[in-house]
Design a protein around this ligand. Sequence first.
Ligand code: L3W
Ligand code: SF4
Length: 442
Amino acid sequence: MGRKLLLDKAHIEGIRYYDVYRKNGGYAAAEKALKSMSPDQVTEEVKKSGMRGRGGAGFPTGLKWSFLAKPEGVPRYLVCNADESEPGTFKDRYLMEFLPHLLIEGLLISSFALGANTTYIYIRGEYAWIPDILEEAIAEAHKNGWLGKNIQGSGFDLNIYVQRGAGAYICGEETALIESLEGKRGTPRIKPPFPAVKGLYQCPTVVNNVETLAAIVPIINIGGDEYAKIGIGKSAGTKLISACGNLNKPGVYEIEMNISVEEFIYSDEYCGGIPNGKRLKACIPGGSSVPIVPANLLLTTAKGEKRMMTYESLNDGGFATGTMMGSGGFIVLDEDQCVVRHTLSLARFYHHESCGQCSPCREGTGWMEKVLKNIEHGKGKMSDIDLLWDIQRKIEGNTICPLGDAAAWPVAAAIRHFRDEFEWHVLHPDEAQRRNFGLAHY
Ligand code: L3W
Ligand code: SF4
């Protein structure tokens, strides 16, 4: 059994409530940090842990914290990015729903380390029932002296506010999130300046993902060095993976980053294999934005080694053969799935969610959807496949925020690895149309 640092207490009845959480060791890390550590010592432990941001980019958390500007007399903010909208990703929902105090404790320790007295949780609008859970837990934390003024006699003050988003995927991009939090339309800002220098209300701000902030609790409990020993190399610690698609046991799993992809898919401890003994066709291991990989390259790297559930191994060989850990949204496709339809579904999503600020993304996502729809519905030409390739290349790297890349990569990877399937749709228009009967809207 792999070690659990985040979900180890998730099975305890009532762990959502303060009394049960506290009785089971909750707020011990906060106590340790506030009573026996300085803010810099907390940051040092996070740096030593080697933990990388769990939202998708994998940027080292301790390093991000150390970038935070600290001008005299200017407030600093911590913002918790709970706008979990990446297709296939639902791990933060699990943490907030079942372990809200773990997040609040992580926010408290992190805010203390950063010197932030006001912290916001920006939560995805569609998670309509979760703000009540968080607000109830925040009220309990206040009542028990873990929020508010002079927390546990430490002299440190903190208030946490929950802000609901309104259903826009782009508000998960940190600068769009900040714009939205300020009450404006959520469109990404050009970086630099990074939020660490000019973020919320033009003040220094750290934006971290829910899982990242929850993981601060075990890091302080066991120490950064101990945390760094878990996993392989620069993939330190445990990671939550939300597994979905054609799997016997979809769900949220906490893995040590030292198991193979094969073990994750097929072992009974995790996903338990593919239903009805079907063959694995492909996988998108890090949320919809990362490249799709065919089964052979998923289980084994180009060098013939076992592919591991680590940032490095999943990206081994770069985009030509590898993919990315991303947010840990692990989507599995069995042999019956159509990659063209799947790619169309993602293209529709990114077209719909593009904020429209930059032309390559605004226009390109729409064109990719149109061309893919034609191919999927048996109305495409061979030259459309090259046209698609051309469009995605013109988007990648030419936009303000990563949504453009996120829209381009799935299309590029689908053509690179499954070109024969695109060609099949062009060569068999009647069959492609028949398969789509009744799905004209799709
Ligand atoms: C100060 C510097 N700060 C970098 C900070 C930066 C940010 C972090 C990482 O996109 C990806 C995206 C999605 N001074 C800094 C600095 N920073 N240099 O470090 O930055 P970056 O630009 O590498 O990434 P990002 O803009 O945060 C995130 C991908 O993750 N993704 C995730 C999707 C969705 C979810 C969800 O629904 N929860 O996670 C999946 O792959 O496509 O590429 O904080 O400020 N010199
Ligand atoms: Fe908006 Fe797309 Fe440009 Fe991002 S890449 S700023 S979503 S138009």
